[in-house]
Design a protein around this ligand. Structure first.
Ligand code: FAD
Length: 493
């Protein structure tokens, strides 16, 4: 039996044994257990997709995946794992971008994919209560006939789970309008490492009765417990949505453009997203959305996607057209041109150019992803400086780094800095880290604006959190998970 030091530094963790599988077989049907250990013996390639992350960068060695269907089953599994000191990794859609959803060693994986029922929906209040394993897109489809939308939207919506979204406190494309999940999640049901069930699945909007414990699990990346149910406020569907892609001759125009757009569109502005020229070119190259007419992109250094969501189509269109007119008619125009969607298909296609960048980057090569918060004015500088830094190290060529690009949620001050290479190479990592973290710290920014810490950034947490904060985080972890079984090696070293 292998034993190791766990991430909390306080305990030893054990590997799953045949006796453990026998016990799990009493709780779950055999079809809900994938294991290479007797008496189950699944082929090991069935485990591969659970052991590898979306980027193909992190690989675990778990022998066992469990797919519970009920909260009670999760509770029994955790109680057993806690008593046996077996590490546990909760896994949703496995779309996380910081290696949090796959084991560091051979922890057991609890996949929430079989917990995928809507428990309750109230179309009057818009409160949705769902199992944590519901796919975000399926929840979007569920509330659509009731004229509501999910308060969160992101490129991975076809695979990611609402539980995974909550566990990572995912931001995404609607944060500018609907705020973070810390606001829209009303309640959670969480199974704690000792198997006890924390039932805070309230649908109340107001409840000031002491500490708001659910907030601790939002963004905890599975290190404190397994989220099994989510109660979330869904906003009414906007009556009219529109979007436009603006091409800018210079990045310097982004800030004044943002100010102008905010002022002119005010309450109907729902997204203000940035893609630099390289990101745009890659999205087009890999078929994400339809390329803009060439005449609209000549001389563009970057692009901004503006979305409006409002109550009356004519009113919103008028506002958007007025905006375009005033932008193009200015003495010194901030934009070269704007492509306005004219149909639902064009609306989706313009969005795909922005949403598809993540996918396009992954098709182009191996991506070093830095999801940082820095002042908006520094976005371009950070991308350019990183490119020059890699050039100065002799790493900017076909055999090493192919592209350095930036895109992201300007409205939220969140830049996705991506470095695309042919392969993950130690010399590239060494050139990027701690370089990028130091740049972020010099701006008092965040080393992880929305993707989390996972396994990728545990060593860099101190660039964004003080010693006092980290010590408190460790104490909180010890309260919930004294044996350190929950997602070891993630968030805290
Ligand atoms: P997983 O990847 O399975 O897990 C992520 C973390 O949460 C892990 O630490 C895991 O242990 C934990 N976890 C999962 N489920 C549970 C649970 N039920 N209980 C406890 N812990 C759990 N993120 C953004 O914030 N904004 C974006 O715009 C965005 N766009 C993306 C676009 C693409 C194409 C991709 C691939 C990813 C994107 N992401 C984005 C990353 C984002 O974190 C995830 O897509 C999503 O929130 C993770 O959900 P998941 O179900 O896949 O979780």
């Amino acid at each position: 039996r292998a034993a190791r030091y766990s991430s909390t530094g306080t305990s030893q963790l054990n590997s799953v044994t045949e006796q453990d599988i026998e016990y799990f077989s009493k709780i779950l049907p055999k079809t809900s257990i994938i294991s290479t250990l007797a008496p189950i013996s699944s082929p090991s390639d069935e485990l591969n997709s659970f052991n590898s992350d979306w980027m193909g960068r992190f690989h675990g060695r778990s022998t066992t995946v469990l797919k519970p269907k009920t909260t009670r089953q999760v509770s029994e599994i955790l109680k057993w794992c806690n008593e046996r000191r077996i590490g546990v990794v909760p896994q949703g859609g496995n779309t996380g971008l910081v290696g949090g959803s796959v084991p560091v060693h051979d922890e057991v994986i609890i996949s929430l994919s079989n917990m995928n029922n809507v428990r309750n929906y109230d179309p009057v209040s818009g409160v949705l209560v769902a199992d944590a394993g519901c796919i975000l897109q399926s929840l979007t489809d569920y509330v659509a006939p009731h004229n509501h939308i999910m308060p969160i939207d992101l490129g991975a919506k076809g695979s990611c789970h609402i539980g995974g979204n909550v566990a990572t406190n995912a931001g995404g494309l609607r944060l500018l309008r609907y705020g973070s999940l810390h606001g829209s999640v009303l309640g959670l049901e969480v199974v704690l490492p000792d198997g006890s069930i924390l039932d805070q699945l309230t649908t109340l909007r107001k409840d000031n009765t002491g500490y708001d414990l659910k907030q601790l699990f939002i963004g905890a990346e599975g290190t404190l417990g397994v989220i099994t149910g989510v109660s979330i406020l869904t906003p009414p569907q906007p009556q009219a949505s529109n979007n436009v892609i603006l091409s800018l001759p210079s990045f310097d125009n982004v800030l004044p453009l943002y100010q102008t757009v905010k002022r002119q569109l005010s309450e109907i502005l729902s997204a203000f997203e940035f893609i630099d020229r390289t990101a745009y070119n890659l999205a087009v190259k890999h078929g994400q959305g339809r390329a803009l007419p060439e005449s609209e992109t000549v001389g563009a250094e970057c692009f901004i996607l503006v979305e409006t969501s409002g109550g009356r189509r004519e009113h919103d269109s008028e506002k958007l057209l007025d905006l375009l007119e005033s932008l193009l008619g200015a003495d010194k125009p901030l934009i070269n041109s704007g492509v306005l969607s004219q149909s639902p298909a064009e609306f989706s296609s313009l969005w795909a150019l922005r949403e598809g960048v993540t996918e396009a980057v992954s098709k182009e090569g191996k991506a070093y992803k830095y999801d940082i918060s820095v002042p908006l004015a520094s976005f371009k500088q950070v991308v350019d400086d990183t490119r020059e830094h890699l050039r100065s190290k002799g790493l900017l060529h076909d055999k090493a780094v192919k592209y350095v690009l930036g895109y992201g949620h300007v409205g939220d001050g969140n830049l996705h800095l991506n470095i695309v290479a042919d392969a993950y190479l130690p010399e590239i990592t060494d050139a990027l880290e701690p370089y990028i973290y130091e740049v972020v710290a010099s701006h008092r920014g965040s080393i992880s604006a929305e993707h989390g810490i996972g396994a990728m950034k545990t060593h860099a947490l101190h660039y964004s959190k003080s010693d006092v904060s980290i010590e408190l985080m460790k104490k909180i972890k010890a309260v919930f998970d004294p044996k350190g079984i929950m997602n070891p090696g993630k968030v805290l070293e």
